[in-house]
Design a protein around this ligand. Structure first.
Ligand code: NDP
Length: 255
């Protein structure tokens, strides 16, 4: 069986798993952060967990680029895709974990392991397609409207995600571990603008790369984060009687 046949099978399996995960997460919240609870096996420090979970993404993508042919190394679109990926993932894997104010918090090793499997598979599907299986993107791709609108969405999402995470990470004083009502920016409209930004980013990625692997990542991001946003939103409303009633969960004015 050729690698491409396996690749195509994996894409289908990936989409089916995203649909199953979406349905499961509507009923069972992933047990980390405020939804952490016992019964999910051994725990590891949350900061370590985040690094272990996310590092396979930038490392895997970079490795797949390095293993590509010299023609790909010189290809402007391939270089741009790697750059976008690393802009997001260097922060997520190596900066964000050290900025969390989560003194002493832990997460189940099982959650970290599931995320490692996801990130390895996701980096493989995107990197192997973009740097190996895809037809070579022409130089003119960088001025194609799909690329330009996709990159604009990506950076708009990145800015929203960064700002929203920044607000959250500054709610606690050093040593605090409790929760407060976040305010400002897109928190005026939704409880989880960081998730909204993330969904926007990978939707932009799907558009800019114009490939099925990119679409699977956007679909997975929404399947993972929309149910979590609904659960966060419900949690905020239960915890804080004065929680702003006009806020939605994740998509301004919609959901
Ligand atoms: P959360 O919004 O649940 O938490 C982010 C950080 O802020 C945590 O350190 C959390 O602490 C803290 N925090 C959150 N809310 C409050 C509050 N009200 N008061 C005080 N502190 C608060 O996000 P996640 O941890 O789920 O995700 C972190 C980032 O990773 C996000 O940007 C998200 O988009 C991204 N992500 C992307 C995924 C994808 O599929 N692409 C999957 C998962 C995450 P604590 O941990 O103690 O709750």
């Amino acid at each position: 069986m050729s690698e491409l046949t396996i690749f195509n099978g994996l894409i289908i399996a990936w989409l089916v798993t995203a649909a199953v995960t979406f349905l499961a997460l509507l009923f069972i919240s992933a047990p980390y952060g405020r939804h952490g609870r016992s019964g999910w096996g051994p725990q590891i420090p949350a900061t370590l967990g985040w690094i272990l979970m996310e590092a396979p993404s930038p490392l895997g993508m970079t490795l797949l680029f390095v293993l590509a042919t010299p023609e790909r190394h010189r290809n402007p679109a391939a270089i741009a895709f790697l750059a976008l990926w690393l802009v997001h993932y260097i922060n997520r894997a190596f900066v964000f974990p050290f900025r969390m104010r989560n003194a002493g918090k832990t997460m189940p090793a099982a959650v970290a392991l599931m995320a490692v499997v996801f990130n390895l598979g996701n980096a493989y599907l995107n990197g192997r397609w973009l740097f190996h299986f895809s037809p070579l993107y022409p130089d003119a791709w960088l001025t194609d409207p799909r690329f330009l609108v996709g990159v604009a969405l990506f950076f708009a999402g990145f800015a929203i995600n960064q700002h929203s995470d920044w607000v959250l990470l500054h709610l606690r004083k050093p040593g605090e571990t409790g929760y407060k009502i976040p305010r400002g920016g897109l928190y005026r409209f939704v409880s989880c603008p960081n998730y909204f930004g993330e969904v926007l980013e990978w939707t932009g990625w799907a558009l800019a790369t114009w490939c099925v692997a990119g679409v699977t990542f956007a679909v997975w991001t929404a399947a993972n984060l929309v149910p979590r946003a609904i659960t966060h939103h419900r949690w905020y409303r239960e915890q804080f009687p004065d929680y702003p009633s006009e806020r939605r969960a994740v998509f301004p004015y919609v959901l």
